[in-house]
Design a binder for this molecule. Structure first.
Ligand code: KIV
Ligand code: NA
Length: 265
């Protein structure tokens, strides 16, 4: 199997083939997703919520992101692995941004990084790109700035915010980003962005008229029960399957049904 590259992702957009992307935070999950044919794996800072149980993505550290990313990379044979730069590792200081990005690439073996924002982080993006590190942008709902907005509701419904998003998307392309994620914005705006950009636009809660889709894997597998926004489609109910299996195991241990003679040495 050949590795997915930024070049191939661009070619996919050009020939109208949709790009599939999911998050992953550990080796075992990455092995399954890669084997199932996923194009891009995102080591999202959503690990802060999903793996560590925090309320927001803000607390996760660069060291923790590198630990998750290196675990994912070891499980991957084909997929392109993008690693989120955590809050505080790139905002407002392009030297620190470059240093953080280099640490991610060197210590995790990931293939590219993602960061949140447009014009505000222009210098950081430029600096990281000069080192030859592929950068994926992220606009719309940007969870690292949750306290600036106060809610996780749909973004860029107003004309002014929509205009800024479109301009930011064009800027990201101009700077040299290889793709952009659009999170939780109106479908019509996402369509406009995807049409006006030549680089792939990957949506989450951004409708069908974009070049690819991304979901948090624990959400789409139904491991995480509480989170159910409209954009989420559940492809399995692993919460049910896993808790039934564990209940069965507990029962077997209590009843002395496990282990049997055949399962003993
Ligand atoms: O961290 C994450 O899971 C993400 C996706 C929702 C795009 O950034
Ligand atoms: Na993220």
């Amino acid at each position: 199997v050949k590795l997915v590259t930024t070049h191939q992702l661009l070619a996919m957009k050009q020939r109208g083939e949709k790009i599939s992307m999911l998050t992953a935070y550990d080796f075992s999950m990455a092995t399954i997703l890669d084997g199932a044919g996923i194009d891009v794996l995102l080591v999202g800072d959503s690990a802060s919520n999903v793996m560590a149980g925090h309320e927001t993505t803000l607390p996760i550290t660069l060291d923790q992101m590198i630990y998750h990313a290196s675990s994912v990379v070891r499980g991957v044979k084909r997929a392109f692995v993008v690693v989120d730069m955590p809050f505080g590792s790139y905002q407002g200081n392009s030297s620190e941004a470059l240093r953080s990005a280099i640490r991610i690439m060197k210590e995790s073996g990931g293939h590219g990084i993602k960061l949140e924002g447009g014009a505000e982080i222009k210098e950081s993006i430029t600096r990281i790109l000069t080192a030859g590190i592929p950068v994926m942008g992220h606009l719309g709902l940007t969870p690292q700035s949750i306290y600036k907005f106060g809610t996780y509701s749909v973004r860029a419904k107003e004309e002014a915010e929509a205009q800024k998003l479109l301009e930011d998307a064009k800027l990201l392309q101009e700077l040299g980003c290889f793709a952009v994620v659009l999170e939780k914005i109106p479908s019509s705006l996402a369509k406009q962005v995807a049409e006006q950009l030549t680089i792939p636009v990957i949506g989450i809660g951004a409708g069908p008229h974009v070049d690819g889709q991304v979901l948090v894997v624990h959400d789409m597998l139904g491991i995480n029960k509480e989170f159910k926004p409209r954009f989420l489609r559940r492809y399995a109910d692993l919460h049910e399957i896993m808790s039934e299996a564990v209940q069965h195991y507990v029962q077997d241990v209590k009843n002395r049904d496990f282990p049997s003679e055949q399962e003993a040495y």
